[in-house]
Design a protein around this ligand. Structure first.
Ligand code: FAD
Ligand code: SF4
Length: 331
């Protein structure tokens, strides 16, 4: 284990100052469920951990507002998943949390940490002797010629095809959420859609967040589409597994006809993936099983299979189609 210092921050400003002053080796520490894991694997070697768990303002969440839901970055996944308003009016958000990890992990893990979790690519996690551009920039990508069953079919590059593994960000993307962040140079708001990056030639840069910026809260615009929504997640086993394919879907229906559709994909791309062409294609259509399937195909258009993951293109299209039919029943 790499030596590191630990300090508990007493205010948001103090936490940001401590991470900023700590240089590239400083990290915010929330539930620690993924950061400690990566430290044990040597994939993260921070020199300074700044614990933000005592910041009570960070863990508040309020889903009662008429204009927006406000979810503190420090709120625990299990607490937010069980919120009655979320369960009733935004089932896709609640389900994306319930279907992630295990109850013990959800009790520890924060929403902010969930958004910023890193890929589960085994070559990245295990390191040498495997080449990994994300872990050691410029070293190569073992996954491209290796076992890529769980790797991305959308948004990959020659440098990296690692899948973004989180569930919550996918559901938030479908609802046009944004994150409020603060850093040494002040506060700003980042649309969720602009938070995660495709790998391009720099897969080690995963988000548009500066190293010393802290996520304070997530804001979700209130919308009647929430009720007719679902987060449909397909995985190798029914609990405690990452998505092979997932779809967050929300609908506004007029009778049998779709007036508005939101579709985001998880488990298939290098970042949470919005399927806007598929959304547009549904508007004005009767939502039959055939129309749902056509939307699934549109959502996966442009997907590029590797050696072992072509089956996930068909799986992704079916996942979107099934999600649309589940959401329709809730309209
Ligand atoms: C076995 C296992 C299975 C899992 N399965 C799933 C799954 O199916 N779906 C899923 O979505 N997730 C899954 N996870 C991931 C889990 O949900 C994350 O580990 C967890 O949400 C991270 O939250 P945390 O508070 O523990 O973050 P930490 O580990 O404390 O932090 C994670 C990262 O976020 C940074 N960070 C944390 N909070 C902030 C903030 N407010 N501002 C800026 N940076 C911050 C940290 O510096 C660190 O880099 C799984 C994890 C494990 C170990
Ligand atoms: S897919 Fe990305 S994370 Fe995985 S080995 Fe290749 S460069 Fe590393």
């Amino acid at each position: 284990m790499h030596p590191f210092t630990y300090a508990r921050a007493e205010s948001e400003a103090a936490a940001i100052r401590a991470v900023s002053a700590g240089g590239p080796g400083a990290r915010f520490l929330a539930g620690g469920t993924t950061l400690y894991d990566l430290m044990k694997l040597g994939a993260e070697t921070p020199e300074r951990l700044v614990d933000i768990n005592a910041l009570s303002g960070l863990s508040r969440f309020d889903t009662s507002g008429p204009r927006e839901l406000v979810l503190g970055a420090g709120a625990r996944m299990s607490d937010v998943a069980a919120d009655p308003r979320l369960v009733r009016d935004y089932p896709a958000l609640s389900e994306s949390l319930w279907k992630a990890a295990s109850q013990q992990l959800r009790n520890m893990a924060s929403l902010g940490g969930n958004l910023l979790q890193r890929t589960r690519c085994a070559y990245f996690r295990n390191g040498e002797p495997f080449a990994c551009n994300k872990r050691v920039p410029g070293s190569g990508c073992a996954a491209q010629e290796g076992i890529d069953r769980g790797h991305a079919v959308l948004g990959g590059s020659e440098a990296c095809i690692a899948t973004y593994p989180g569930d919550l960000a996918v559901a938030l993307l479908a609802f046009d959420a944004a994150v409020d962040v603060a850093g040494p140079n002040g506060a700003r708001t980042i649309p969720l859609e602009a938070l995660h990056r495709e790998p391009g030639t720099t897969p080690e840069v995963e988000t548009t967040l500066a190293r010393d910026e802290m996520i304070l809260r997530i804001r979700v615009p209130a919308t009647p589409l929430g009720r007719a929504s679902t987060y449909h997640k397909i995985r190798d086993r029914e609990s405690y597994a990452f998505a092979l394919a997932s779809a967050a879907v929300a609908l506004r229906m007029e009778g049998e006809v779709v007036r508005e559709a939101r579709i985001a994909l998880g488990g298939l791309a290098t970042r949470p993936w919005r399927a806007r062409e598929a959304e547009r294609g549904l508007v004005g259509q009767r939502l039959t099983p055939e129309a749902a399937r056509a939307a699934g195909d549109a959502a996966l258009r442009g997907a590029r299979p590797g050696h072992h993951n072509a089956f996930r293109i068909e799986l992704g299209a079916r996942t979107v189609a099934d999600a649309l039919l589940i959401a329709r029943q809730r309209a």
